[in-house]
Design a protein around this ligand. Structure first.
Ligand code: IMP
Length: 429
């Protein structure tokens, strides 16, 4: 298979950045296909640390980066990120970055609505990143969104702003938040247009050419399957589809071009934001995982909730996400724990289930059924072959593989790029 799609198999922050960076060095093109600047990837290359939000990771490796139509793009955030990485010596030009002309734009009113709604939700808040992602996707399906191509048509911009403001100012006023002036928004968009438009094109055409020329395309997912708008823990999800199928619709390429789907899962579980988390640990072990795993959000700096590995959830992500093989990350964080629990089922109202139920209350009530495994005393940190792993750590990985019903193709054992045990090369699969 020539192409690879990388997606998260839990609630995000599984360490996709390191994996995508490793694969990007062997790809020709890297494509973002959903999400927006709610994502955060940290890449360490040599003595530079790049924090990317919207830019495809391949840019760091000198590869062509494409932002697909499925991404919601905040033009100010995009330009700020380009300016930031340029100061680190990275070349981002219309030759190295292409932006789908039919991608949806995020405007300042979207983050205002996002935050006002979260405040109004009180205790029932979703814990969004506050970046306007949800409201921008709502405008897209509501057929009122301003898209990248509209920046070239001032009259269209003006008409669309009228419609947008009618909708959003009504909402903002109802929520007691400040409303927006059309002229200021229009002036801003017209000021940004000449900076954004040089990157814009019908990217589907470039991808079609690349595909026919046998170029290797890497599709870089953001967030993760359990945050998918359909398949995740709704409503505590993001507003896009995060499954691998979206790589096709979110970039304008047929589903057969996606190739190998690589899912990324941590050897334990974390989550930021609100919502159900059956295996969450509120004790010293949870605290330890958070400290050792440095579990703080890249985008918002929020402390991540930590818990045991949930094999039911990852199995569900494997099936709904279309995952062919898994990368298990941060195995070294579990070093030295005397015992480990893996969730193999849920007890919900007297019933035993092997999947998370769809209902909100049922999800909240799901109690994990654990299988306990002995931990390992040696260290798995930095291991680069199976032979370097403690025997119990191998057993843990093998048990996970059985339970989630997907082969583990890579095990990551530390933050360095080479702290990796590769079982199979996804580009060669
Ligand atoms: P939104 O995507 O900002 O609307 O946030 C919706 C939910 O997705 C919240 O629980 C966020 O914490 C979560 N979320 C969004 N982006 C990421 C990410 O990149 N990593 C982990 N969680 C995320």
């Amino acid at each position: 298979m020539a192409n690879v799609a990388v997606i998260g198999a839990q609630w995000g922050d599984e360490g996709k950045g390191k994996v995508v960076d490793w694969l990007a060095s062997r790809a020709d093109i890297v494509v973002r296909f959903q999400g927006g600047h709610n994502a955060g990837h940290t890449l360490v290359v040599g003595n530079q640390t790049y924090k990317l939000s919207l830019l495809p990771s391949g840019l760091v490796r000198g590869k062509l980066g494409i932002i697909g139509n499925g991404v919601v793009v905040d033009p100010e955030a995009l330009l700020a990120e380009i300016a930031r990485v340029r100061t680190q010596g990275l070349s981002v030009t219309p030759e190295t970055l292409r932006l789908a002309d039919n991608a949806t734009l995020i405007l300042p009113l979207h983050s205002a609505i996002d935050r006002a709604r979260e405040t109004a939700r009180g205790d029932r808040k979703i814990g969004t990143t506050g970046r306007g992602i949800g409201p921008a996707y709502e405008d897209k399906v509501g057929r009122r969104a301003i898209r990248v191509c509209d920046l070239a048509e001032p009259e269209t911009l003006s008409e669309k702003l009228d419609e947008l403001l009618l909708h959003h100012n009504t909402l903002l006023a109802g929520l007691g938040a400040e409303t927006f002036e059309k002229q200021a928004l229009l002036d801003d968009l017209l000021r940004l247009a000449p900076q954004i438009l040089p990157y814009a094109e019908p990217v589907w055409e470039r991808l079609d050419e690349a595909r026919r020329a046998g170029r290797r395309i890497l599709f870089e997912g953001a967030q993760a399957v359990m945050l998918d708008n359909d398949h995740g823990t709704y409503p505590f999800v993001t507003s896009s589809n995060t499954v691998a199928a979206t790589a096709a619709s979110g970039s304008g390429i047929g589903p057969s071009a996606i190739g190998f789907v690589l899912g990324i899962a941590k050897a334990y579980t974390t989550r930021v934001g609100s919502g159900p988390f059956p295996t969450e640990l509120h004790d010293a072990t949870g605290q330890l995982l958070g400290e050792r795993g440095r579990e703080f959000g890249t985008v918002t700096g929020r402390k991540r909730r930590c818990g045991w590995f949930d094999a039911c959830m990852v199995r569900q992500a494997v099936k709904t996400g279309g995952i062919h093989g898994l990368v298990l990350t941060k195995l070294d964080v579990l070093d030295g724990l005397p015992e480990l629990n893996i969730c193999v089922g849920y007890q919900v109202g007297g019933e035993t289930l092997r999947h998370l139920p769809a209902g909100q209350r049922a999800q909240a009530a799901a109690t994990p059924i654990y299988e306990t495994m002995q931990g390992w005393s040696g260290t798995s940190g930095g291991a680069r072959s199976w032979a370097e792993l403690p025997a119990q750590a191998i057993k843990y990985v093998r048990r996970i593989e059985e339970l989630v019903e997907a082969p583990i193709t890579v095990v990551s054992t530390g933050p360095e790029r080479d702290d990796t045990i590769m079982v199979r090369d996804p580009f060669e699969d």
